[in-house]
Design a protein around this ligand. Structure first.
Ligand code: HEM
Ligand SMILES: [Cu+2]
Length: 575
């Protein structure tokens, strides 16, 4: 049987193009991660502390936005085409969104990286949470806007493919992978409204100087309107791989298709009306709204726990098919030598730990303990930095051969790579969590603890620093191994069957489940109502307090041309 690239050569090229951008970003982002880890722990300082924010912005944007979302666009294209069993409706549309998102990402990256070159009067050291009053170069926001519109077009491409399929199959259930893509994109359309309004109406005109002032709390709130659901945009590709590919790699079948649909519907409903949980410490939003956001957030545990149950049950089923027995002993029957399986399984285990630290973040009162400390990057390197990133890398070992028709260069190196990532992240993330509990801040180049006693609950500051530096180094080595393995795979000779790409049917299929699950209009309508309920009053309050355009002039970060303006603005911003 021919593999994906033989059946859909043009679509395979689209997917490969998005993966190239994704993996390039991973390489640069991982290098920046290493630089930060060594810099802020004092082990190796190759740049000025002044440039730390350039690197930190590059790391956050390239990894959290570019690496993950380009991978998503490739994976979703593959998923739609192979689950609908038909090519995309118009390949020119596909290349249009590849072009638009890539150009946008390049613009944003250029604006950031120019911050490292003193002779270029451009910078965007505004961090990946790019809200006011920090003001980046307009090119950065223009790039972001193009990137977002590009993702909208990608979604349109997948919806059009679905519409064509529906025309030919009026009575069938939506194939599971396509269902996952469509619900995720509906959530994304809703969520990106916030960031699109913020970027197009406020940040772009303001960075060009067409409007003088901005309302920082408004841009923060619009950012977090998008900033929480974006974490599910990162996570849903990982979920798709855990639900539809991991059971197969384990030697079994997905436990329940309807349960998977319920989970994706719940994420569509609940992802967006919770963003205010990132703003527990923002003045200007009433405590009651924060409390509602917290309650909604706790409901989100439900789909995550459903996932843990379904995925573990599917894996156990696979192990028993392979002869595994006992309560725990079946674990030994799993294909631990397969880097795709092991990487995804380790990523899932890390996600459980990330879920626990996430509950601390979500609690309104204990959040005050860890807010803006190293605990927070400790948390999200478990979730997006491992559950998502490691699943994407591991999934690539299975996916890329289908796109190239070439076998994976080395399975042992792949296995070493995923284990190294796991070990590196255990070290780095554990140290970050403990550092945060001790009050060590995040986003600081110079958190220095020499020459005075600083007591931590567990371990010492030196040991925490060492954990971050060593863990970060292992992670970087792991990323390099991954990229080399994929690169060397791409110059292998094509072979007949590079990988077993069949996906077995679920144990419990969609046919017996309620048809209402596939009613995307209904779920979208409920999601919109929930967002209106959660956001109308807080936004009205924010606009009522300081107006739509606000009264803060902003702090340009591209210093040379704007130094005087920045200095002049500073007292006003602080006041
Ligand atoms: C080579 C692997 C990695 C290393 C060594 C690394 C290291 C670090 C360190 C030390 C920080 C904290 C900097 C500070 O607060 O001062 C950080 C922040 C961050 N990392 Fe990573 N990281 C890695 C991979 C990833 C991945 C795979 C992702 C996401 C997919 C990611 C996303 C982020 C984000 C979003 C931040 C926060 C940036 C900000 O505060 O604005 N990192 N990383
Ligand atoms: Cu959140």
């Amino acid at each position: 049987m021919a593999t994906f690239v033989d059946r859909y050569p043009e679509e395979a090229s689209v997917v490969k193009a998005t993966l190239v951008v994704s993996f390039l970003s991973l390489g640069i982002g991982a290098l920046f991660g290493l630089v930060q880890a060594l810099h802020r722990t004092g082990y190796l300082r190759i740049l000025d502390s002044v440039d730390y924010y350039t690197v930190l912005t590059g790391h956050g944007v390239l990894l959290a936005l570019v690496f993950t979302i380009f991978f998503l666009m490739g994976l979703f294209t593959w998923a739609v085409v192979q689950s609908l069993e038909r090519p995309l409706p118009d390949i020119r549309l596909s290349w249009a969104w590849v072009g638009l998102t890539t150009t946008g990402a390049v613009f944003a990256a250029v604006a950031i990286l120019a911050g490292l070159v003193p002779s270029i009067d451009m910078s965007a050291d505004v961090l990946y949470t790019f809200y006011a009053p920090l003001m980046g170069h307009p090119l950065f926001y223009i790039g972001l806007a193009m990137f977002i519109v590009g993702t909208w077009l990608a979604g349109a491409d997948w919806f059009l493919a679905y519409r064509d399929w529906r025309g030919d199959n009026p009575d069938e259930r939506i194939p599971l992978q396509t269902f996952m893509v469509l619900t995720t994109m509906l959530m994304w359309y809703l969520a990106t409204l916030g960031v699109a309004v913020s970027t197009v109406f406020f940040l772009i005109p303001w960075s060009f100087g067409w409007v003088e002032t901005v309302n920082p709390l408004l841009t923060r709130t619009l950012f977090w309107f998008f900033g929480h659901p974006v974490v599910y945009f990162w996570l849903m590709p990982a979920y798709m791989l855990w639900y539809t590919v991991l059971p197969k790699l384990a030697g079994g079948r997905l436990f329940s298709d309807p349960l998977a649909r319920v989970v994706f519907v719940l994420f569509l409903l609940l992802s967006t009306p919770v963003g205010i949980h990132h703003q527990y410490l923002d003045p200007g939003i009433a405590e009651g709204f924060k409390f509602i956001a917290m309650t909604n957030t706790m409901f989100l545990l439900l789909p995550s726990l459903l996932t843990a149950f379904t995925v573990v049950a599917s894996i156990e089923h696979g192990a028993r098919q392979r002869g595994g027995e006992g309560y725990i002993k079946w674990l030994g029957a799993l294909p631990w030598r397969d880097p795709a399986f092991t990487g995804m399984a380790l990523a899932g285990a890390m996600f459980a730990a990330g879920g626990f630290s996430g509950m601390i973040n979500a609690g309104m009162n204990i959040n005050y303990l860890i807010h803006n400390t190293l605990w927070v990057p400790g948390h999200f390197h478990l979730t997006v930095g491992t559950a998502v990133a490691l699943t994407m890398m591991a999934g690539s070992y299975w996916l890329v051969p289908q796109l190239t028709g070439k076998r994976l260069y080395s399975r042992p190196i792949g296995l070493l790579q995923v284990v190294l990532w796991f070990v590196g992240m255990v070290l780095m993330s554990n140290a970050m969590h403990r550092g945060g509990l001790a009050g060590i801040p995040r986003r600081t180049a110079e958190p220095q603890y020499q020459n005075f006693e600083f007591s931590t609950m567990l371990g010492s500051v030196e040991e925490i620093q060492a954990g971050i530096a060593l863990g970060g180094t292992l992670l970087f080595v792991s990323a390099v191994l991954f990229l080399f393995n994929i690169l060397l795979s791409s110059i292998e000779d094509p072979i007949e069957n590079p990988v077993d790409d069949s996906l077995p049917a679920p144990l419990s299929g969609a046919s017996g489940s309620p048809v209402v699950l596939d009613n995307l209009r209904l779920w979208t309508a409920i999601a919109v109502v929930l967002v209106i309920l959660a956001y109308t009053l807080p936004l009205a309050g924010i606009v009522g307090d300081a107006g739509v355009w606000g009264d803060v002039p902003g702090v340009p970060v591209w210093v040379s041309g704007n130094l005087d303006a920045a200095l002049a603005a500073l007292p006003e911003v602080i006041a």
